[in-house]
Design a protein around this ligand. Structure first.
Ligand SMILES: NC(=O)N[C@@H](O)C(=O)O
Length: 317
């Protein structure tokens, strides 16, 4: 039985999945030519080369794959694996009002008239478990979906990692994590890169020095539990794949709609169970009305509406 942690009652709005909104958690893989974001919000263009005798454009390094198993306690090497997850649509429960805490987005307007008048529907997804792969990235690539598929989408639910000190009281012996050798910072650049709060991420602790220059999503996240107060939920369209950075806390894939999605899943694994995956069950705290809940609004056609961040229908920040 995985360990559990108490969770507050928080209703989380859905955001649009984009490289900039998801940057601290991993990578979004999509053809930039199909991006629905305004030009100013798009990430820098990736390098491209012409391929296949000029009949294809090859976009280079669309995601960062990380293998940190050399830092695992067992030192058992990992191999690259490709699995398929056939993910069934999740059960959502009907909306009912709740006195939950505001999410990290502040007091987003979850008023009743917000959806009743527009003919849209509001339902709730209870986040009951989170997991992470401390030593590997994990890439979910949906198959057979298109950007235009309104009826089958998926939610990517992620949380930053709490500092180890804030987690210790919930766990007995902490599970294994990457423990790189700490080298003394030498250059001014290194010293500034370790400054906190970071202007780029909400990581609470400085990264170990050997990872200072790597992208935030590529750094080990530390041994802490998920930071539930900063949990985020993103809706992906069928033409997007997603890579969770190594050690990123995430909910098991949540398909919304009326049919399953087949995902090809690419990661490293060494077969040592608590080095490959670690889980934590979220139990509503005694004082909490319900726990961690994603508020899923959808329009008449079934398309999930974005309620926070870029592209939101209505958000009070
Ligand atoms: N994300 C998800 O649905 N599942 C996994 O990460 C897994 O390895 O089980």
């Amino acid at each position: 039985m995985p360990p559990s942690m108490p969770s507050p009652s928080i209703r989380i709005p859905v955001e649009l999945l984009s490289q900039s909104s998801f940057a601290q958690f991993g990578t979004v893989i999509e053809n930039p030519a199909h991006s629905t974001l305004p030009r100013s919000q798009r990430p820098p263009l990736l390098d491209t080369v012409s391929a296949n005798q000029g009949t294809a454009v090859k976009i280079l390094d669309v995601t960062r794959m990380t293998d940190l198993y050399h830092l695992a306690p067992s030192t058992k090497p990992a191999k690259a694996v490709m699995n398929m997850f056939v993910c069934a649509p999740r059960d959502l429960r009907p909306h009912e009002p709740s006195d939950s805490m505001p999410s990290s987005w502040g007091d987003i307007d979850f008023d009743e008239e917000d959806y009743e008048d527009g003919g849209s529907e509001r339902q709730l997804f209870d986040v009951q478990i989170l997991e992470r792969h401390p030593f590997t990235t994990q890439t979910f690539i949906p198959m057979g979906l298109s950007q235009a598929d309104k009826h089958t989408q998926y939610l990517v639910i992620v949380a930053p990692t709490l500092p180890a000190s804030a987690s210790r009281r919930h766990t007995g012996r902490p599970p294994p994590y990457p423990t790189p050798k700490i080298k003394k910072s030498r250059s001014i650049k290194d010293i500034f890169a370790r400054a906190r709060p970071s202007p780029f991420t909400n990581e609470k602790g400085p990264p170990p020095s050997q990872f200072i220059r790597s992208h935030p999503s590529q750094r080990p996240k530390g041994p802490g539990l998920p930071d539930l107060k900063n949990l985020r939920a993103f809706v992906a369209t069928g033409n997007q794949a997603v890579t969770y950075g190594a050690g990123t806390w995430h909910a098991p894939m949540a398909v919304i709609g009326d049919r399953p999605i087949d995902f090809v899943v690419v990661q490293f694994a060494n077969g040592v169970s608590d080095e490959d995956v670690q889980e934590v069950i979220l139990k509503p705290a005694p004082s909490a009305e319900e726990g961690m809940v994603v508020s899923v609004d959808s329009d008449r056609s079934g398309r999930v509406l974005v309620k926070a961040g870029v592209g939101s229908v209505k958000a009070k920040l």
